[in-house]
Design a protein around this ligand. Structure first.
Ligand SMILES: C[S@@+](CC[C@H](N)C(=O)[O-])C[C@H]1O[C@@H](n2cnc3c(N)ncnc32)[C@H](O)[C@@H]1O
Length: 353
């Protein structure tokens, strides 16, 4: 079924929803940027020409976040100095009517860049989610008594494949190397999981349908541009993780999750627990592929042994109106447990074991 393109009114409504979402989720600056984008749209600015009619669903396509990403990207790479003056960490000038003019001028001056950014879905890679999966990985190592071999699907730029090189601070508890270049802070809720050391990882690989190649020129700034500019802690953390990834180059393949897992699970690393992991990916994978993955895990799990166990560890938004859940399935056995709930970016984790 072909979708009718979204009108200017529909895109403006999507902007209103995105503004409210940002206001409620600690992004007041981005809410102001969105308000200025909305004004640009409704007053016949250049963004109206680029964003309407929109040949899809503006909310599902995260159209407004494509636009904020384009502006933040221009600010970061020095292409929009007048707009940068307003951005946190760049000029910090109080927001005023000049900001709207600076947006219009930047868009007009860099039309090709803006069009290109609007044509791509926002690509994020949130390292805060490692603070949510880490205790799950530790739980698998504890239950199996084995080091881990990790297969991450939908890994984006592969930053969370570096989770065993990060350190974690949950309130006054610290886990990991005190010299780690990436330290992730998260609020711990519930009983402490008793993890003192990071579990040993013997292999880790990932795939993504559109992997983010951090070695490409400008790629790091493009990835960072999708982090809301006022969220300083997330910016600092992603910058440090990107620097680590540029040295360590996580093993990342361009592939569809179903096909890739089929190939990876054909042979497993001996002496290790194989862990299939993913964070905020499931909702983007086509239903047939999800069914294929479930069947694949079940058939591989049915052959798992105590010496060669299989685990499935996920942080996913299983219901749209609830916080994401961390689920763990472990074979032999194949029982699924909800082991935690968490903030979508890993700001807090509520441990349920
Ligand atoms: C919201 S991002 C999350 C990225 C990363 N897991 C994180 O938590 O930061 C979703 C990712 O899933 C990838 N993706 C979606 N469908 C996929 C598929 N069928 N196979 C592989 N990757 C997929 C997208 O390209 C994107 O990088």
């Amino acid at each position: 079924m072909t979708q009718t393109p979204a009108t200017l009114e529909e895109v403006a409504r999507a902007a209103d929803i995105q503004i409210m979402w940002c206001q409620q989720n600690g992004a007041p600056f981005t809410a102001q940027v969105l308000q200025a984008i909305r004004e640009n749209l409704t007053s016949g600015g250049t963004l109206a020409r680029l964003m309407t009619p929109w040949p899809g669903n503006p909310l599902a396509d995260a159209l407004l976040l494509r636009a904020t990403g384009a502006l933040h990207f221009m600010v970061r790479i020095g292409k929009a100095p007048d707009l940068a003056a307003y951005y946190p960490g760049h000029g910090d000038k109080p927001w005023d009517a000049g900001a709207g003019r600076a947006i219009e001028d930047a868009v007009v001056a860099h039309l090709a860049l803006v069009k290109d950014t609007l044509s791509r879905p926002p690509q994020t890679n949130e390292t805060g989610r490692s603070a949510v999966l880490m205790p799950g990985y530790a739980e698998i190592a504890r239950r199996t008594g084995l080091p881990l071999s990790i297969l991450e699907i939908g890994a984006s730029a592969g930053l969370n494949l570096l989770w065993d090189r990060f350190a974690y601070r949950y309130g006054d508890r610290f886990v990991g190397d005190t010299n780690a270049s990436v330290v992730i802070n998260a609020e711990w809720r519930g009983t402490w999981c008793n993890v003192e050391h990071l579990p040993r990882v013997v292999a880790k690989r990932g795939c993504d349908r559109t992997p983010f190649d951090l070695s490409a020129p400008g790629a790091a700034d493009r990835l960072i541009a999708y982090v809301w500019p006022e969220q300083k802690e997330r910016l600092v953390r992603i910058e440090a993780a990107i620097a680590l990834a540029q040295g360590e180059k996580p093993s990342l393949e361009k592939a569809d999750a179903g096909d890739w897992l089929e190939r990876q699970l054909a042979s497993q690393v001996p002496g290790a627990a194989t862990v299939i992991a993913h964070t905020i990916v499931w909702q983007y994978i086509a239903r047939e592929t999800r069914e294929k993955i479930e069947a694949l895990l079940k058939s591989t799990g049915d052959r798992a042994t105590e010496a060669a166990p299989l685990a499935w560890l996920t942080l996913e938004q299983y219901a749209p109106d609830q916080f994401p859940e961390v689920r763990l399935t472990l074979w032999p056995g194949g029982q699924t447990q909800k082991i935690a709930t968490a903030h979508p970016h890993g700001a807090w984790i509520e441990w349920l074991l």
